[in-house]
Design a protein around this ligand. Structure first.
Ligand SMILES: NC(=O)c1ccc[n+]([C@@H]2O[C@H](COP(=O)([O-])OP(=O)(O)OC[C@H]3O[C@@H](n4cnc5c(N)ncnc54)[C@H](O)[C@@H]3O)[C@@H](O)[C@H]2O)c1
Length: 425
């Protein structure tokens, strides 16, 4: 069935097929059962209604965990609309389930660039008080094309490293029109989501897409930030030999001390079997690298934008290209070598998988929900800048997660507190 326009007032949505809702509902139920922190917040929000009378637009990967976040925000009294942060990570059944429960949605899987941008505009027509962004598409669109919303939007929260880089650049230039909270920079985010979430889900995406063995292969990880560390760590557990490519000497030392080979991409390109870019930068793998790769090399990206593997140069070098399995494109060079690109070079864990595990996103989305509540309560005191997630929110999420696991920890004694605070003993 083709994309259809829902007519009812409640559902002025642009989605693929509302009849997929029952399947989406089951997916959301499954993750909700594994998101105890968000469940606890949802119960609080239902009582306290922190977002009563407010509107929120959420632009995240539209899969089941995000859907449960959207419902949690709605349980707190907000009207909610969603758009996708990546056209390939949208799950049409989950979006249908959201619409059926009264959340406006503008997204479908495989949207073209023009459709994707139109969906964001349609979501912004909702005139949000608060936004949740992932990679900065909402913020950028508001500041470039929808400036009338600058007085309406009271603040927002940004999910990922790449989005925060952009926000800090806007803040530095005095261009940011409302406060944004940098959720990615909370400890309960990057230590778990970027590291363990990306670590597990990238391999899930690669393995389910290729159905090939990892053990014994040479895996090249470009970028040894929080995500890269997780991807390399899990590759080690799967029995791969790992090479790390970096531009930061400290991170390169860290990778070496973690037991990995370190070398420039031009050398790694000659020996790698599987390449994973996760830098947040562009052109990490480009023509000069494709030219020296072994036949059969598999390329994929886990960084936010699809610019890390230069697909334009890859296509230009190839004498032919075709899709050989869902989410696998084969590029054949004139000398007969073949390389394979997964998920068009978009986030492999989301475009060719279901994203991070539910328990990991439980912490991330708890940070999002609490950051939005913080904005509802304290937004008026903030300036038009990027803010860190308040320390108490990080601690709240960590404590809720521990108690959901049935874990207890020690507390400082008064003597220990005094000892740590003293300088003269
Ligand atoms: N796939 C996912 O689900 C997911 C989850 C979280 C973040 N992200 C995205 O992944 C990317 C990385 O995030 P992070 O939190 O690890 O960032 P980070 O800043 O911690 O790490 C990025 C690393 O890449 C390195 N780098 C930059 N340019 C490079 C180059 N040319 N060659 C080699 N290394 C280079 C940097 O030195 C840095 O160490 C971002 O785009 C982020 O938004 C993706």
């Amino acid at each position: 069935m083709g994309p259809e326009k829902m007519d009812s007032t409640e559902n002025r949505s642009t989605i693929r097929d509302i009849s997929l809702a029952p399947q989406g509902e089951r997916k959301i139920d499954w993750v909700a059962n594994h998101m105890p922190v968000l469940n606890a917040l949802r119960a609080e929000f239902e009582k306290e209604q922190p977002f009563a009378g407010k509107r929120a637009v959420i632009c995240l990967h539209l899969e089941a965990k995000t859907a449960y976040l959207a419902r949690t925000i709605r349980a707190g009294g907000a009207e909610v609309a969603v758009a996708a942060s990546n056209p390939l990570s949208t799950q049409d059944d989950v979006v249908a389930a959201l619409v059926q429960r009264g959340i406006e949605a503008h997204a479908w899987h495989g949207a073209t660039d023009a459709e994707y941008r139109r969906h964001i505009q349609q979501a912004l027509d909702f005139e949000p008080d608060y936004i949740i962004d992932d990679g900065g598409d909402l913020v950028t669109t508001i500041h470039r094309e929808r400036r009338e919303l600058l007085t309406r939007v009271k603040g927002g929260a940004e999910e990922t490293t790449t989005g925060i880089l952009r926000l800090r650049a806007m803040d530095r230039d005095g261009e940011l029109g409302f406060p944004m909270i940098a959720v990615n920079d909370a400890e309960c985010k990057y230590l778990f989501d970027n590291r363990y979430g990306t670590g597990q889900s990238v391999w899930d995406g690669i393995m389910r897409t290729t159905n090939l063995v990892v053990a014994g292969k040479t895996v090249v990880v470009a970028g040894y930030g929080w995500c890269g560390k997780g991807v390399a760590l899990r590759a080690k557990g799967l029995g791969a030999r790992i090479i790390v490519c970096e531009v930061n000497a400290i991170k390169a030392n860290e990778a070496w001390m973690d037991g990995f080979e370190v070398m420039p991409m031009l050398e790694a390109a000659q020996v790698g079997d599987v390449f994973i870019t996760v830098t947040g930068n562009r052109d990490i793998i480009r023509a000069q690298h494709f030219e020296v790769m072994k036949s059969g090399a598999i390329l994929c990206n886990a960084g936010h934008f699809d610019v890390e593997v230069n697909r334009v140069e890859l296509a230009a070098l190839a004498s032919s290209q075709r899709v050989v399995r869902p989410n696998i494109e084969e590029f054949v060079f004139s000398d007969g070598r073949k390389v394979y690109l997964l998920a068009e070079g978009r986030l492999v864990n989301l475009a060719a998988g279901d994203g991070h595990p539910a328990e990991v996103m439980d912490m991330t989305f708890a940070l999002q929900a609490l950051s939005l509540r913080y904005l509802a309560e304290h937004g008026a005191e903030l300036g038009q800048h990027v803010y860190r997630v308040p320390e108490e929110i990080d601690q709240t999420v960590a404590n809720l997660r521990l108690s959901s696991l049935g874990l207890r920890i020690d507390a400082l004694t008064p003597e220990q507190k005094a000892y740590l605070a003293a300088w003269h003993e």
